[in-house]
Design a protein. Sequence first.
Length: 404
Amino acid sequence: KKQKNVFLFVFSPKKMIYKHLCSYIFIFILLYYMVGDYMFINYFGGISKNSFMVTYPKIQQFNSDIVEFKHIRFFSKSTIFKNDHDIDIDKINENLIPNDITIITQVTMDRIERIVDITNAWEGPIGVVIYMEAFDEIEEKFVELQLERLEKLIKQFPKLKSQVDFHILFSNNTRYPVNSLRNYIINNTRTEWCFLIDADFIPSYNSYEILKNYIKTNTMHQKSKNLYIVPAFESDLKSDQLPKTKKELNVYTHFQLVNPINSKQCPKCHKNTNYDKWFALGNKEKFSKAEYQWIFEPFLIFKKDDTFPLFHEPLKGYGFDKNTHTYHCAVKGYSFFVIPTVFITHINHPQSLWNGPSIQSQLWEALSIVCPFFKDIRRKYGYNESIPIFDEPDEANCYSNKHW
């Protein structure tokens, strides 16, 4: 069936309706080449075990599917899934893989190569949602070029095929919808445990096996309301020059080749990780508790369930996107524990404005969302909405620089 230069084939053992032998030959040749690599599957309506769709030579038109979020409207919900996974998309959260953990992140195509760096350090599954800007009527050539680039990358680096689930969302006229993307990938991850990072972070050596062992030995199962912090660092080094172990990291930080993340830009954002204590523990398998204070924004490992707070989606671009989520978790009663031997390192890069004004302007604009958010969360969990619970500024001082 040909639709606007898009060829769509559905193969079903129960409905083989093709009349001519040449059609059979063409279809099976096509499937031989496409299935051996990977498939573009549009699952807005779900997929069945007896059928699948292959689009060739151009992808299926994306403007036929709409995904409505409260604060953003995406034009498609499409995923590249490898054919070595037996997945029922509609029941993905009913059949989570137990005792396993997925790195989840969001990215734009200009930084898609960072996912290759992550696969070089992480041996486990990875879930990536790719955000592409597009017009209401998505230009076929634009979509085709972007996906051709992704296809070449997958073919060039086999780990992308074996480890990564790519999800692609299109939208326009918005700043980067970072929290909508995070919530989307959380809801479409196939393991019980999630390790949320940004795409420019590289996990330490053997971190997947270490974390998986913690999970299997119930080290991370003490209480359902425990969240686990992975200490975060930053560096101007290239990904293959970063320290792989905590011992190496100690040397790198001594010479300031690697430093705690945002130690100059926002000292309060990660202070409660307590880096000095973490280093002093060496390689002891001891989880240290981190006390919560406002503006703390650690990178967290968490177990998926229906009660886990999602990210506040009105926040887009820069400003308080992770801080508000950690605050929500703290108000709800979660405790925070620092992972003893695993860490992540950010590869520094020039900042992007994400289709907004200056970073400082975006931060001030975000406060107009954060201040009423405080009241909403306090009221939701039975607190007096006007009285701070932690050290967050009160209503009279909220729209100010007291946060930093």
